[in-house]
Design a protein around this ligand. Structure first.
Ligand SMILES: Cc1cc2nc3c(=O)[nH]c(=O)nc-3n(C[C@H](O)[C@H](O)[C@H](O)COP(=O)(O)OP(=O)(O)OC[C@H]3O[C@@H](n4cnc5c(N)ncnc54)[C@H](O)[C@@H]3O)c2cc1C
Length: 448
């Protein structure tokens, strides 16, 4: 597998510090590995939100024999190690730029899909009895500069017009009474869309629901090659066996490889995000900071911070990661994230953060998610690039893959912007070099 980061990013140990791993074991493990030859109707490569949602939706339609493969274990990728914000925002492009490029109607359809993606996560949790430690009534955006407050009314208007929800704008002098005290914020806007969850409990819940519906899951079975037989079947090679399938769904997102299949080369850009989680805090420690709200929150920076006080009184704090995965870069990120945490929540400067980890999110050159065919291959589809917001959109895109693979009309028409061809990034395998200057530029834009 040709991948663009150092090997450490893809090592089994890369999620060692992840807090979620301490909260649940996979009761259905161990899973079988691919050995010998398996023939099926659908093969799904990647057992995260996208792949498992696709498989579950296929199984609910009695679509045939469905096999999911993962190089590691269900949820080992970004799905089992993210911030757990089930929210809108799968794109990085501004609404204005999207409207200019795709038109008002298509963007409204996309916003409708985003709302449906949150509803889908809630539905799946309810339907399959997944205990995912949910909390937070929507999400709150905090202004890190006084001037950012000025944009909140436009955002509220957009939420009303395209999402049909009413947002609440909170002035700086009202933040403390909303339990959001920090010297760094100048106001906030709360949208009622979304909720927070334990992502590992959710992704394992999806895996178990898929198993119960008849899906077969194989782990420690990296796909090393994808080819085609004379009869048009997809041939998925693993180290100890082969899977032959009529339809291929690729759900590898930020952990994709340049040559699985070759068409993927340079069409996605993995980017690291980091998280720390505190030890459990006492009520007096929480009161001392005055951050008592359980709202999932993020700030107005381009290089944003995301954070939430969880029901068990631990605080989760995340931000963009390094552009490398060496020991030195990881140590620096650990220092940087701790510095930013203490600056925003100074009363917690002495609170330990025993959990630190990183993972790969995925960008597309269009800065929009993609759910559609793989090149001009018949019966081959992929969904990826949720720009760090794939809890809801990955789940939803998985359901779209199931629709496409079975020729089913989607409940909401798939927006054109999610099917715009995946363009290549410049610099090919070395495209990671785009990130340091881009981060410097965004950091400059975030000043003031
Ligand atoms: C630190 C962090 C914080 C985040 N916070 C949030 C958040 O709060 N809210 C939100 O909405 N999103 C968040 N995200 C993004 C979100 O986690 C992802 O968008 C989402 O998990 C993508 O799901 P996926 O199933 O497409 O991919 P992944 O979950 O990454 O799964 C891909 C799977 O493919 C497997 N794979 C790769 N190559 C092969 C191969 N050749 N053969 C077999 N298997 C293979 C991998 O082992 C992996 O399990 C965050 C991500 C990170 C890393």
């Amino acid at each position: 597998m040709k991948r663009i980061y150092e090997a450490a990013a893809y090592a089994s140990s890369s999620d060692d510090g992840c807090y979620w791993r301490t909260t649940i074991d996979d009761a259905r493990a161990p899973y079988p590995n691919v050995e010998d030859e398996i023939t099926c109707d659908f093969v799904v490569v990647g057992a995260g939100f996208t792949g498992l949602s696709a498989a579950l939706h296929l199984a609910e339609r009695d679509a045939g024999r469905i096999v999911v493969l993962d190089a590691k274990t269900p949820g080992w990728g970004a799905s089992g190690r993210n911030g757990g914000f089930a929210c809108i925002g799968g794109e990085k492009s501004s609404t204005r730029a999207l409207r200019k490029r795709y038109g008002q109607e298509d963007v409204a359809l996309y916003h409708q899909s985003q709302r449906a993606s949150i509803d889908l996560v809630a539905e799946l949790i309810e339907k399959h009895g997944i205990i995912a430690d949910t909390h937070s009534n929507g999400e709150t955006l905090l202004a890190h500069r006084p001037k950012d407050v000025a944009g909140f009314q436009d955002y509220a208007d957009l939420l009303q017009a395209d999402f049909g929800v009413k947002a609440q704008i909170i002035r700086r002098d009202e933040l403390a009474e909303h339990g959001m005290n920090s010297p760094r914020f100048h106001g906030a806007i709360t949208s009622p869309l979304g909720f927070a969850l334990n992502p590992r409990k959710y992704v394992l819940g999806l895996a178990h629901a898929a198993l119960d519906a008849g899906v077969e899951i194989y782990t420690q079975s990296p796909t090393t090659k994808i080819g085609r037989s004379n009869t048009g079947d997809h041939l998925i090679t693993c180290p100890k066996g082969l899977v032959r399938a009529k339809t291929l769904l690729l759900a590898t997102n930020g952990y994709s490889s340049e040559n699985i299949p070759d068409w993927f080369a340079a069409r996605y850009l993995p980017v690291q995000s980091n998280i720390i989680v505190t030890r459990e805090m006492s009520e007096s420690e929480i009161e001392a900071q005055g951050w008592t709200s359980d709202q999932m929150s993020y700030d107005t920076r381009n290089l944003l911070h995301y954070f939430r006080l969880m029901p068990n009184r631990r605080f989760l704090f995340g931000m963009r990661g390094s552009t490398r995965t060496t020991q030195t870069s990881t140590a620096k990120m650990k220092r940087d994230i701790r510095r930013d945490f203490e600056a925003m929540f100074p009363e917690w400067s002495a609170v330990e953060t025993p959990h630190f980890w990183a993972g790969l999110v995925c960008l597309s050159r269009n800065l929009t998610p993609y759910a559609g065919p793989i090149a001009d291959w018949p019966n081959a589809y992929t969904a990826l690039a949720y720009h760090g917001n794939g809890v809801a959109m990955g789940t939803y895109a998985g359901s779209l893959l199931a629709d496409m693979a079975t020729g089913t009309k989607s409940r909401i028409r798939i927006p054109g912007l999610m099917q715009a061809p995946l363009r290549k990034f410049p610099l090919g395998r070395w495209r990671r070099a785009i990130l340091p200057p881009a981060y410097s530029w965004y950091a400059l834009m975030d000043r003031g």
